[in-house]
Design a protein around this ligand. Sequence first.
Ligand SMILES: Nc1ncnc2c1ncn2[C@@H]1O[C@H](COP(=O)(O)OP(=O)(O)O)[C@@H](O)[C@H]1O
Ligand SMILES: O=P(O)(O)OC[C@H]1O[C@](O)(COP(=O)(O)O)[C@@H](O)[C@@H]1O
Ligand SMILES: [Mg+2]
Length: 319
Amino acid sequence: MKRIGILTSGGDAPGMNAAIRAVTRTALANGIEVCGIRYGYAGLVAGDIFQMTSETVADKISRGGTFLYSARFPEFKEEEVQLKGIEQLKKHGIDALVVIGGDGSYHGALKLTRHGYNAIGLPGSIDNDIPYTDYTIGFDTACNTAMEAIDKIRDTATSHQRVFVVNVMGRDCGDIAMHVGVATGADAIVIPEEPFDIKEIAENLKQGFANGKKHGIVVLAEGVMDAEKFKDELLKYGDFDARANVLGHMQRGGSPTMRDRVVASEMGAYAVKLLLEGKGGLAVGMENNKLTHHDILDLFDAKHHGNYALYSLNKDLAK
Ligand SMILES: Nc1ncnc2c1ncn2[C@@H]1O[C@H](COP(=O)(O)OP(=O)(O)O)[C@@H](O)[C@H]1O
Ligand SMILES: O=P(O)(O)OC[C@H]1O[C@](O)(COP(=O)(O)O)[C@@H](O)[C@@H]1O
Ligand SMILES: [Mg+2]
């Protein structure tokens, strides 16, 4: 193997730059050249490919976003578009590819592998929705950002004795909501994976105020319901004042936390090690604090299991 390529795809996540740096520096240390591919699979197909050096990744570890840029490029689902991508890889003499992205990006990596091209996936998504890894790169930073935002919301909620329904990201996954809910002492966490009863939540909030609480915080995962609608539903059963708040894309930005930088660095170096062993079609993970890998194909039959004990814990602690 002489040269590898690297791209970031799907929703950006803090720590992607740290992963790019680790892949690049590990490869260079092992005498392998590295090509950066801009704008995910879109840039691959367009041939937006450049040679990277150790300096290219200097001063990047602390930066949020991805300096290789990202894209959602649904066209890559089509075989003829994938073949165009492979043509570009061949044209640039790239022997294997590291893809940093979420579940969607893994599908793209699998397709490349099926066309006989070694690709390895690193889990880069704030959602933490990927099977066979306890953490995805970016999850920790996003949780900390959301936590800090909700702490601020709590200040104004307390001053006005209001209920706030705060929508956090996570597409169809409740991991951000569960972690942030526990970390902010939320009165209720609502996630797509668990049934909920709005009337019961409203009753609990009312009881909270009756017990002397000065605020009510509901952390709502985006995959469940629109925050305004949820707030309106709550108000059918409660006589409190309420507001809805959508944290949105601010959760995807910012300098990565120590944990995201370290995990990204470990995973990036590990991916290159696997490629050096001639392995491909794999997804890298961190399970029980150990670096692991699985066939990408196995990931699509598996389901991500969140730490649902947090959901129950929060119910006990919110009383
Ligand atoms: N079934 C698929 N086959 C090939 N490529 C795919 C497939 N699904 C997604 N992709 C590629 O991966 C990109 C990122 O996927 P997306 O689901 O948007 O984000 P993420 O990877 O963060 O989950 C898509 O825009 C597309 O280029
Ligand atoms: O930025 P977009 O395209 O609006 O997408 C928003 C979605 O991307 C995410 O922020 C991250 O998801 P992915 O990592 O799978 O791309 C989700 O939490 C959210 O549902
Ligand atoms: Mg995804």
